[in-house]
Ligand binder design. Structure first.
Ligand SMILES: O=c1[nH]cnc2c1ncn2[C@H]1C[C@H](O)[C@@H](CO)O1
Ligand SMILES: [Zn+2]
Length: 384
């Protein structure tokens, strides 16, 4: 069943609408054709398919297991071909280009530098190659008429023990393309408090970080991420729904943690399709984003891994407009929420909202009004 209404934006309007992306993994967004070419160039022979369409399908199906641990296994293939400067540069440039082509105007893209050291690169060389790639992608996007700004988030893997080192790396490159820090990987069994020293270091440095929490594990993980570690944002955070009760008469009550998250305007980096694949939500219609939006949580829409989910920001918004009947007004609300929650300085966020996002939506809304007026006058002409 669809909840589309007359003012549901078209797919083409959704693509043109300015979008802001806070949760996207660099190693989860490669073009299948690029993986195949890089594998050939670097002698990686373990790819499950060697034809781009088939490889794209393989990633989507392999990631569709209902378990985060199995989902994460697919990253072995993408990380395997991201071990040289040239490969990292190319993947980052294509990432920026693909996002810009999809109408994303600001993105924070994350990756784990420690996963790209197999061919002898240092952590610094990895960061510099990716940053250079993002700058190149921004430049190529500009040449083809798109405007995008990409910041990097450095991720530490939560099962490993390098988080303080990666946090220091993020701080060192802070005014050079890196805007924050994150931890990712299997959640159950690896609580955020394992990395407390990294978070405490970043707080002392007045730096920003998000934590994958409340995806494969529930409220304790969210609680630790916020109250022990001091996360600025929650990566997913979708399980906050476990602390919200909807009574039979429709009245809603929030537990202490959910109330805290809403009161403090903690941004939730929601990733609907990814959540369906890892089992964090059963269907789009049942995805907590519907309720969280109605309750005015600081909800944002994200892709997580475009390759593994066969998705894009436009596709996520199309699915949401089909499911919940969202309008351009709702899209703008999610987008402004995301921009407000970005890790770049306040004045730059404000400028993006007033100079890019609001005018972009105003233009789309005026087209929509024009279409409505034209349709109405057409039909009244027909009736007379
Ligand atoms: O949704 C996710 N949850 C936890 N970890 C994830 C998710 N998506 C990607 N990752 C992991 C796999 C990547 O290799 C790593 C760095 O981007 O982050
Ligand atoms: Zn993620």
């Amino acid at each position: 069943m669809t909840s589309q209404t007359l003012n549901t934006p078209t797919a083409e309007q959704i693509r043109r609408a300015p979008k802001v992306l806070l949760h996207d993994h660099l190693d989860g967004g490669l073009r299948p054709g690029t993986i195949i070419e890089l594998a050939r160039e670097t002698g990686y022979e373990a790819l499950p398919e060697t034809e781009p369409d088939k490889l794209g399908i393989w990633f989507r199906e392999a990631a569709d297991s209902g378990s985060l641990e199995r989902y994460l296994e697919t990253f072995a293939h993408t990380c395997a071909v991201m071990q040289t400067r040239e490969a990292l540069f190319r993947v980052a440039a294509e990432c920026a280009e693909d996002l810009a082509e999809d109408g994303v105007v600001y993105a924070e893209v994350r990756y784990a530098p420690e996963q790209h050291l197999e061919a002898g690169l240092s952590l610094e060389e990895v960061v510099e190659a990716v940053n250079a790639g993002f700058r190149e992608g921004e430049r190529l996007a500009r040449e083809s008429g798109h405007r995008i700004r990409v910041g990097a988030l450095l991720t530490a893997m939560r099962h490993a023990a390098r988080s303080l080192e990666i946090a220091e790396l993020a701080n060192r490159y802070r005014d050079m393309g890196v805007v924050g820090f994150d931890i990712a990987g299997a959640e159950a069994g690896f609580p955020p408090t394992r990395h407390l020293d990294a978070f405490e270091y970043l707080k002392r440095e007045n730096n920003h970080f998000t934590i994958h929490a409340g995806e494969a594990f529930g409220l304790p993980s969210i609680w630790q991420a916020l109250q022990w570690c001091g996360a600025d944002r929650l990566g997913h955070g979708v399980r906050i729904i476990d602390d919200i009760t909807v009574a039979e008469d429709g009245s809603v009550s929030l537990g202490r943690l959910a109330a805290y998250v809403r009161d403090k305007r903690i941004p939730l980096e929601l990733c609907p399709t990814s959540n369906l694949q890892t089992g964090a939500a059963a269907s789009y219609a049942e995805h907590p984003i519907g309720l969280l939006r109605r309750l005015h949580f600081r909800a944002t829409v994200n892709t997580d891994n475009r390759l593994m989910s066969g998705t894009s920001m436009s596709r996520e918004f199309e699915l949401l407009t089909e499911t919940f009947g969202y309008t351009l007004e709702d899209m703008q609300w999610f987008t402004v929420n995301a921009m407000k929650s970005a890790f770049i300085p306040f004045d730059e966020r404000l400028a993006m909202i007033s100079d890019v996002i609001k005018p972009g939506y105003a233009e789309l809304k005026s087209e929509w009004l024009f279409r409505q007026t034209a349709t109405t006058s057409d039909s009244s002409f027909g009736e007379s």
